[in-house]
Ligand binder design. Structure first.
Ligand code: ARG
Length: 470
């Protein structure tokens, strides 16, 4: 055992103890168990950016010299280039991204590298890195949500006049515009984007300066670092700054909701494409075949998205559970926040990208949709509304129409196919004008109020969304 701590450049020797305090090196198994470098190396850009902002401030505060600051900049520039080119040698024995970069810096620029960690701990460093990285990913996700909304708005506009049977309880309920149906998802994804933007506000606070847990005795200028890094503010309590991962949990919850929305859309696409519905077809590039059944074309992409939703929801549960038993302040448990977060971001971005493309690959089959709407007596409510307008109380009208539908089912025809005398038999106030409301199109066009399914309203919403999305 050496009397002085080994230089950082030698920490990559597996035989080294952690510090002079330790009388034996970590076992290899423990090294592997505790290391995070093989997944947290993806934080390297944020780590370097954070270190440079910290070092710049140390220099501005007179805590390191101009030569040290220059050396750190030079070293970091080289490290950046090494990582980008793939030449950087990540070492398991150096545990994580932070120690790997710091050790290489010290190797390159000597003592200046050892001064970088002044007034800093890996605890506030890692919290800063994750926030910086996540902020960028949130921006990318918001942009992808915008692209998906735009793609859906395009399909909605083309299909404003296409009639889909609207369902409740998966039973035919009332005719709706297919465009209106798609715009429901645009609303969901718009709220998802809002939620992401809201989460970003709380992600975008600076933990650096909290050091290990209690702050530091150096005269750091935290506001200056926050400004350099584009943070909106500084975490106001050092213990909180290093220990809570609520921002990651919030993000995961918002991400899980996006996936839940994608999953609902997926479920509909799958149903609509099945032979029993036959409402749409999906372009071949989003489907696969079967190795045994030559006739099969399977909607794999929506199925997988529905499946991956479980995975993202699972990560949310993982993160919430990770947090619940932790005493203040930092605990190593928090290292476990990264893989679920990374996987959530990867899954979400891929899914959003693919769905924006998939929207353009939907072929609509309007005749099949109309046929299904007709079979389901989707205009029964319209007949009741017609009777109400003739003076009947709604509950009585409801009952009259139930009799009419029962009769039509017995005859195996749609309500609009019943002769006027038959219809009048159910109520004397029914006149020839009834056929205008009994058609699917009449029903659709009648719902011409804000938020309703009339094609006019759908086109107005398309215009609103276009203006909003830019
Ligand atoms: N790799 C660690 C993490 O992800 C960095 C912080 C380590 N801090 C510590 N005191 N061991 O959380």
């Amino acid at each position: 055992m050496s009397a002085t701590p080994p230089p950082a450049s030698q920490l990559d020797k597996k035989s080294e103890a952690w510090s002079a305090l330790f009388s034996e090196p970590m076992s290899e198994l423990v090294q592997r168990y505790t290391a995070s470098v093989f997944f947290d190396q993806r934080l390297w850009r944020a780590d370097i950016e954070g270190s440079l902002a910290h070092a710049e401030m140390l220099h501005a505060q007179g805590l390191i010299g101009a030569d040290d600051w220059a050396a750190i900049q030079r070293g970091m520039a080289q490290i950046r280039q090494e990582i980008e080119s793939g030449a950087f040698e990540w070492k398991l024995a150096l545990e994580d991204v932070h120690l790997n970069i710091e050790a290489r810096l010290t190797q390159l620029v000597g003592d200046a590298g050892k001064r970088l960690h002044t007034g800093r701990s890996r605890n506030d460093q890692v919290a800063t890195d994750v926030r910086l990285w996540l902020r960028g990913e949130i921006d990318a996700i918001v942009a992808l949500l915008g692209a998906l909304q735009r793609a859906l708005v395009d399909v909605a506009e083309k299909n404003a006049d296409v009639i889909l049977p609207g369902f409740t309880h998966l039973q035919v309920a009332q005719p709706v515009s297919f465009g209106h149906h798609l715009l429901a998802y645009v609303e969901m994804f718009a709220r998802d984007a809002e939620r992401m933007a809201d989460v970003r506000k709380r992600v975008n606070r600076l933990p650096l300066g909290a050091a290990a847990l209690a702050g530091t005795s150096y005269a750091l200028d935290r506001e200056r670092v926050a400004k350099t890094l584009g943070f909106d503010g500084v975490c106001q309590n050092s213990l909180d700054a290093v220990s809570d991962r609520d921002f990651a949990i919030e993000f995961s919850a918002a991400a899980a909701l996006v996936m839940v929305h994608v999953s609902r859309l997926s479920e509909e696409l799958i149903l609509w494409m099945s032979q029993s519905f036959g409402f749409i077809d999906l372009a071949d590039r989003f489907c696969t075949g079967s190795s045994i059944m030559p006739q099969k074309k399977n909607p794999d992409v929506p199925e997988l998205a529905r499946g991956k939703t479980g995975r993202v929801v699972g990560h949310l549960m993982g993160l919430v559970t990770l947090m619940k038993g932790q005493p203040l302040a930092y605990n190593k448990d928090n290292q476990e926040d990264k893989e679920p977060l990374f996987d959530t971001v990867d899954t979400l971005k891929d899914t959003l990208r693919i769905f924006a493309e998939l929207a353009g690959g939907i072929t609509v089959k309007p005749e099949a949709m109309e046929r299904a709407a007709l079979k389901g007596y989707a205009t029964a409510t319209d007949l009741a509304d017609y009777l109400v307008k003739k003076g009947l109380p709604f509950r009585d009208a409801h009952e009259v129409v139930a009799h009419a539908v029962k009769h039509a089912i017995g005859q195996g025809v749609d309500l609009a196919a019943l002769p006027i005398d038959t219809l009048r038999g159910f109520h004397a106030s029914i006149g020839d004008d009834v056929y205008a409301v009994l058609t699917l199109r009449g029903s659709l066009e009648a719902r011409n109020l804000l938020g309703g399914t009339a094609p006019l309203q759908v086109r107005a919403q398309v215009a609103r969304h276009r203006a909003r999305l830019g």
